[in-house]
Design a protein around this ligand. Structure first.
Ligand SMILES: [Zn+2]
Length: 313
């Protein structure tokens, strides 16, 4: 473990926020790399990423609330866990101007990706991209409907200062059957409000390639991908989830397909039953990923951040 982990636990969410809000960079688990692009990437825990290009901000799967589900216990997540949004925590970042969004990109419908997005959409006015199921869930949770943009994967869109390529993708394959947890879909017309975590269906999985400021970054919200969809992509950074044990050659095949990106940043590795500010690896997945990446693509820099840590590709 890098030395940053010995400091874990010293940074409660409040302390981390105060540190950031005072303009002092958060502690990083490894020395944050500084490339030459005009893009900044900040990790908000789980698969929550902030991509800043000039005055524009793109968020992926922002989930700051992080309520307890039991996901990392032997019994697993309790499907009847009620959904909740910590508006006070989110307001603390928004009201101080520390959190913005022009776009919010949703990879899939699960609670650890989608739950906070409707409130963040209300507060920021951001355009939200997701599949029909994701939009149905978010509309039912109060996301403003005129901000929702449906996608199916394959779109390549250009906005002021950045572009977003939406990639068909796959969710992590879990357990002996290589199954998707809480699988299923729902039509956009369905508006009954999700109450518990099992109401948040996967609804298809998207990956995203965001380009701007002289760099490009690909994010996967689950530990799987569609190889053919990635042909020809040459991102500077891949945000890579831990896991993927059931996926054939998960890391080597992906990095080869993407042309061995110069930076590989770990994502979705922290125990999200713990609050923001306490990034802990519950099962050693981070060190497994570090070794597999080093073996598969020795020229790639492996980046691990603490919550709210950032780097420049
Ligand atoms: Zn999921």
């Amino acid at each position: 473990m890098s030395e940053g982990f010995s400091r874990r636990g010293l940074f409660g969410a409040g302390a981390a926020a105060a540190t950031i809000l005072a303009g002092v960079p958060a502690a990083s688990a490894s020395a944050a790399p500084r490339g030459t692009s005009q893009m900044t990437l900040r990790w908000w825990g789980n698969n929550g990423w902030e991509i800043r290009v000039g005055t524009k901000t793109i968020l992926i799967d922002p989930w700051l609330t992080r309520f307890k589900t039991g996901t990392y216990t032997p019994a697993g997540a309790d499907p009847r866990t009620p959904l909740s949004v910590n508006k006070e925590l989110i307001d603390g970042y928004l009201d101080r101007g520390f959190l913005h969004a022009d776009h919010i990109l949703v990879t899939h419908g699960h609670y650890d990706h989608l739950t906070d997005v409707p409130y963040l959409a209300q507060r920021t006015g951001a355009t939200v991209i997701g599949t029909e199921t994701h939009l149905s869930l978010m509309a039912a949770l109060g996301a403003p409907e005129d901000q929702l943009a449906i996608a199916s994967g394959g779109e390549d869109l250009t906005f002021d200062g950045y572009s977003i390529r939406i990639l068909r993708s796959l969710h992590s394959a879990v357990g002996a059957r290589a199954q998707v947890p809480f699988p299923g879909s729902r039509p956009l017309s369905r508006r009954d409000r999700p109450r518990v975590i099992s109401d948040l269906l996967e609804g298809g999985t998207l990956a995203y390639c965001v380009t701007g400021g002289g760099a490009s970054v690909v994010n996967f919200g689950g530990s799987n991908y569609v190889e053919s969809e990635l042909a020809g992509l040459r991102p500077d950074v891949v945000l890579l989830p831990v896991g993927g044990a059931k996926v054939t050659q998960y890391v080597p095949r992906l990095l080869r397909t993407l042309g061995n990106p110069r930076m590989v940043a770990a994502t979705h590795w922290d125990d999200f039953d713990l609050p923001l500010g306490q990034a802990q690896d519950p099962n050693g997945g981070l060190e497994v990923l570090r070794k597999v990446v080093a073996a598969a693509s020795p020229g790639s820099e492996f980046v691990v951040l603490d919550h709210l840590g950032s780097f420049v590709p």
